[in-house]
Write a protein that binds this ligand. Sequence first.
Ligand code: KMH
Ligand code: ZN
Length: 272
Amino acid sequence: MAEPVIVTAAVVGAEVTRAQNPAVPYTPEEIARAAVDAWRAGAAVVHLHARWPDGRPSQEAAHFRELIDRIRGAGSDAVIQCSTGGALGMSLDERLGALVPGAEMGTLNLGTMNFGDGVFVNTRPDIVRVAARLRERRLVPECEVYDAGMLDTLRWLLERGHLGAPYHVQLVLGVPGGMSATERNLRFLVEGLPQPARWSVAGVGRFQLPMAELALRLGGHVRVGLEDNVFVAKGVLARGSDELVSRTVELALRAGRAPARPHDARRLLGIA
Ligand code: KMH
Ligand code: ZN
């Protein structure tokens, strides 16, 4: 029996706007509802960013606490993953505000890169600091890899003892400035992962669902949602992240992979 697939829903991110898709959630109520809808559609993990009510990105602890309270208050047992990536230009101190009680995972971005027209700064000392904070809070790191050299940084962290199991790897492909979302690149990255590794792919833009399909075949896990892609088909806006999750669940079942429920995901990800 193939391993169940952990579908992560990235429901808002920091960059996507309502001008791109009116379904992008901004207020804590809207973001929490989007997360709960995605969980109902089959997501086991929700990757959270917060926004100010006018849509500007926020890493305020109070906003993250409110999101978690609302998600739990709606009866969802989804695994809560908080972003330490935040938005371009935020200080690391600001970004770390997201790691509030109730979080179970936190992201660990493995390098500095061009990110669209901006720069996403993650120096090696920054990465070590985030890894230490995650360990202190007993959060399972999700290592965000956008380019091949970041796997060397992952190995360096493991060798130096800055990181240890359990950790999860998210291969984010298609960010302008990072590796493109091609089958060749995905296979190359997967072959280069330190072993044993549990990995997922997040394809950006129109590559989201094709990358999901490929990951399902290769034994990986999948991230979808409006953070990375606002369309469900060419020229058709997604009604919400839940629609993208539903599509992914259909693809998974067709590929013989059952969608993991949160308790399965916790077991697979090593969340106590
Ligand atoms: N907003 C991006 C610059 C993460 O969540 O850890 C970074 C990001 C990564 O979204
Ligand atoms: Zn994110």
